[in-house]
Design a protein around this ligand. Sequence first.
Ligand code: NAD
Length: 357
Amino acid sequence: MSFFREEFIARSAAVRVRFGPGVRRSVAEEMEALGARRALILTTPQQAELADEFSAYCGGLAVGSYTGATMHTPVSVSEDATTLAGALGADVLLSVGGGSTIGLGKAIALRTDLPQIAVPTTYAGSEATPIIGQTENGVKTTQSTAKVQPEVILYDAELVTTLPVEMTVTSALNAMAHAAEGLYARDRSPISTLMAVEGLRAFRDGLPRVLANPEDTSARGETLYGAWLCGTVLGQVGMALHHKLCHTLGGSFDLPHAQTHAIVLPHAIAYNAQAALEQLAPLAELFGDSNPGRGLRSFAKQVGSPMALRDLGLAEADLDRAADLAVANPYWNPRPVERDAIRKLLQAAWAGEELAV
Ligand code: NAD
């Protein structure tokens, strides 16, 4: 292992994680452990009924709910919810939902320092990171601060059984993207690599089982375990070209988060494979192809992922601008980020064709 010839730094956050079907019913216990007595429950409008369900689990310790969480964490929504948290005297935030809802909890925590209990219902992984993206006047900015890292995470597979199949697939690939890029991150450690490999394995094995029976809580549990590992990798090491491309496509062309990740991932990994073949070897092995991008592409096809950016509504005429934006202020990447090669990558991702490298 080349690790032992190199220096590394391993970081991990102080997070309490509880895992298991039905564990969401332990919210009151977790509040007590935090010394909290006044929970503000956060959801999206689509998952508003969970606010009532969780209010019951709080055993009289919920002071209200805010069901207006929405994509991209708009500052106006965060300020609204922060005002409500202050007016209600909330002393803990209970975020129940996907990355959008957990993002809102983080945005309130950033402004108030309130502790957070995150109960994820997708695989996006935000609950396991100190990262927050916020949008104001159409501009999304991202920062990393321990202030927004949730103190408690409750992973309950029963909650994920309602995730529609299409979102299940794209959210899983979104999570896998964190692990795939974690494998070649400059600041990776032996521990982040272990988590990345195990996270990818959990999705490789668990996702087909979920698709065979979306209500199977054992299969959902395996994928949720993968989401925890992949999200933790995202929280610990730097991301590269894949995440830059997805942030560009989401931020400037309003493409949906999880679907964009799902489509771009095999292309970004194919692009980087020649520069990071050794680091990506576990991925190649897991997906049974010496070309790791091709292996991921076969897996994505097998699980019924969308394959072409054009199907998300991106116009071919936008690809030039997307390439320009993607190469401006690039994140560190194992292979140089060259405009013409990125334009070619985007063309392949747009058309849903395999990237020839
Ligand atoms: P989402 O939270 O936007 O959810 C999408 C839709 O699915 C919503 O309507 C939601 O209510 C619904 N939904 C979620 N779980 C469901 C379930 N179990 N059953 C039925 N419906 C359900 O989607 P997402 O992909 O989880 O999150 C995307 C957002 O998270 C993006 O804004 C992204 O930038 C952010 N994110 C942030 C980080 C981070 O570390 N800061 C990491 C990953 C994603």
